[in-house]
Design a protein around this ligand. Structure first.
Ligand code: SF4
Ligand code: SF4
Length: 308
């Protein structure tokens, strides 16, 4: 039997696969979002991607109070409040998905599905013609895809054999031994840098930035093409000192391209649906027109700046 015919049983937890994506690297791409991330960025717009487990989301504003979910829950996690609305006790919920099936109003969904390499590759393979015609390909993102390295390596093999352009979108917080293996078959790296100050980085993301910065410089030394990505969060990392420090760091390591991702609030509803508190509740979205001064600082270091 040909190797390609042997279906791999290795599975990864995936929370989304987006076809025809145009914001995760060049051309038309399929982006595979892996669930689970070692960082806890305060502004994360995909809160369902943080934990390495499926999670049930309950969108209260879509609920019609039919109470079907109360009947099917094996753990008594759904409860009717005195005013008739439904509340989920997250300490009891086991994310089994029974209420998702039972809900007639699509007020519930499960984020995260265990998928085999074959299942993911079959979706990727559907759009090869679009990748070829647009200089696009596949992007592995998340969450953090390097947290599920064995699966990523198998999937990369399949894409590589087919000649598909591969882009790795990473927070950079991974052991070098893992990153180095994955990078062998990656064409382009989208690499997040959030703050140059290690204390502030830890305060805003939960982890120190030294491993991340070290990995960025090692990737550059490998000769890999790398684009730095900066989520720009007003009041957190958009001060002149930090932007200048990022410009200097990039210049020092010969990194020449940076994408700025202005802060937006598209993920806020998902925090509520997961029963989690959103720490930046009162922070308005950042308009592209208001970041010209940051662009200028970065351009003064000779960097190519792109606002996504
Ligand atoms: S996901 Fe399962 S355990 Fe959680 S509320 Fe729904 S039915 Fe209950
Ligand atoms: S099944 Fe859906 S619509 Fe019915 S009470 Fe539960 S969440 Fe609301």
């Amino acid at each position: 039997m040909d190797n390609k015919e042997i279906a791999s049983e290795r599975k990864a937890l995936i929370f989304n696969i987006q076809r025809y994506s145009t914001e995760d690297g060049p051309g038309v791409r399929t982006t595979v979002f892996f669930q689970g991330c070692p960082l806890r960025c305060l502004w994360c717009s995909n809160p369902e991607s943080k934990q390495h487990k499926p999670q049930m989301l309950y969108f209260e504003n879509t609920c019609t109070e039919c109470y079907s979910c109360l009947k099917v829950c094996p753990n008594g996690a759904n409860q009717k409040k005195d005013d008739g609305t439904v509340w989920v006790d997250r300490n009891l919920c086991q994310n089994c998905g029974a209420c998702v099936e039972a809900c007639p109003s699509n007020a519930r969904s499960i984020a995260g599905r265990w998928m085999t390499v074959d299942e993911v590759y079959k979706i990727i393979d559907k759009d090869v013609i679009y990748y070829m015609n647009s200089d696009g390909g596949v992007t592995l993102g998340g969450g953090e895809c390097t947290s599920q390295p064995e699966f990523v390596l198998e999937l990369l093999d399949r894409c590589y054999q087919r000649g598909i352009h591969i882009c790795l979108d990473t927070c950079g917080y991974a052991p070098w031994s893992i990153l180095e293996k994955i990078l062998q078959k990656v064409d382009l790296v989208l690499f997040d840098i959030k703050h140059l100050d290690p204390v502030k980085h830890k305060e805003f993301t939960g982890v120190d930035n030294r491993l991340i910065l070290d990995n960025a410089s090692k990737i550059r030394q490998m000769g890999k093409k790398i684009i730095i990505r900066l989520p720009l969060i007003p009041g957190y990392n958009d001060d002149e000192k930090n932007i200048t420090a990022i410009g200097r760091f990039m210049k020092l390591w010969g990194l020449d391209s940076i994408d700025i991702l202005p802060y937006h609030r598209l993920g806020v509803n998902k925090y509520h649906a997961l029963g989690e508190e959103y720490m930046l509740e009162n922070l308005p979205s950042l308009q592209k027109d208001n970041i010209k001064s940051k662009v200028k600082i970065l351009e003064s270091f000779g960097l190519k700046v792109n606002v996504v």
